[in-house]
Design a protein around this ligand. Sequence first.
Ligand SMILES: Nc1nc2c(ncn2[C@@H]2O[C@H](COP(=O)(O)OP(=O)(O)O)[C@@H](O)[C@H]2O)c(=O)[nH]1
Ligand SMILES: [Mg+2]
Length: 459
Amino acid sequence: MYNPATDRSPISPSFTPNPFDKYKSAREGMLPDGINGIGAGSWPDRFSARKKVGERRRVVRVLVVAFLVGFLIWFFVTPLNWTTGRNSGELYTPPATDGAESKGQHETTDKLNPQGDGQTIPQEPRGQVGKEKASFVMLIRNGELEDALKSMKQIEDRFNHRYHYPWTFLNDVPFTEEFMRETTKRASGKTEYGLIPKEHWSVPDAIDQDKMKAAMKKMEEDRVIYGGSLSYRHMCRFNSGFFWRQELLEKYEWYWRVEPGIGFYCDVDYDPFEFMRLSGKKYGFTITLPEYKSTIPTLWSQTLEFMKKNPQYLNSNSSLQYLLEDKDHGKVLTSDPPPEYNGCHFWSNFEIASLDLWRSEAYRNYFDHLDNAGGFFYERWGDAPVHSIAAALFLGTQEVHHFADMGYMHVPWSRCPQPDEFHKYAKCVCPFEKKESFDLNGWSCQPRWWKIAGKEYGA
Ligand SMILES: Nc1nc2c(ncn2[C@@H]2O[C@H](COP(=O)(O)OP(=O)(O)O)[C@@H](O)[C@H]2O)c(=O)[nH]1
Ligand SMILES: [Mg+2]
């Protein structure tokens, strides 16, 4: 089986010699001293030697020198032409913001405009090297551009500059031209920008708005995190039930969720999408922790109700024990009294996962059940516990993967691999002591995960 830890390619087996050395020895003696400063021998020696050269050889030498000088002039004067030559026909014109948006989606930015009317951005060819049908996905506001670029820079430098996977950006309002231009510049793969359809980002008719507002007010008074925010509720419901239904994502099988302002601390010198496919994984995470119970008072009872009606969706090799207060509970949900949820979830601001997991009948039905129950608005259900409960119940434990080799930070928690080898081979630069890694924090659900899934190398 593919193991990124042991199967990783050897890093820097030896230093490559300075590539210019071979040119240096070839040039030695060819040009008189002073032209490039690396000629051998003293000038008088060479002068006396030249006196012995016949008239014909002298002419040949003059021609060679003239050719070389001409070549050097051409070489240094024309680089700009080279650049435009490479880019001509590949200029990006930012999409017009008027009628150009079709079906709620922005134009894709890999459209080329050789005339370059309006503001143009030269682009390198953006051919994908990675073989999987996969994309980065970032739900983001225009105002978070700086933090988006920080996240992208790290993911590109640590991984994607070798694979050129595309980036898909989603927003509930149109992206600004600046946002599209700057993120396109930062991506090594194609970029696409989607405007979320209104029905994926609004309060459903069935929701009693007065009841919702009263609940939000109460949660705000109780200082529940994001308790009074309607946009946060839209975001959580969207990430639970709709991001994977966006038209731009239809062509993909895998996604890597990226949030603005994250830290990504180690090289990834293999393709995690390919790894997921080859090893039969469906959901990958880096950090696991308990949810604030005040945001999900009835999420678990609704889940039990759904599972009672649909027992066929419980995987025979589920990760149920990871979710339960009583770690010795076993693999049944129908006990009396019913098992209690401990709040553990995979932190969904990072996810590498299969889109088919969310497209499955089990998950669609689960989401519909939760949506009808109204807890995204009357409470403040997060997409993280919703995704995690589904992944833990519907998938086999072996289909869920902890990316133990990845160093990751989303405020306020961060983790890094523990073994020194990872810091050496994957060039991890973690801005904290290894012992500060969240996996070792008393709040982390990682030990629970390790107990049922075993420790991955690198943890
Ligand atoms: N377009 C858009 N994106 C949002 C909105 N609210 C949150 N997001 C995005 O959703 C993700 C999660 O939101 P964030 O504020 O980071 O929540 P936290 O990580 O739970 O603190 C981030 O990628 C945000 O950029 C919103 O109202 N509109
Ligand atoms: Mg965030």
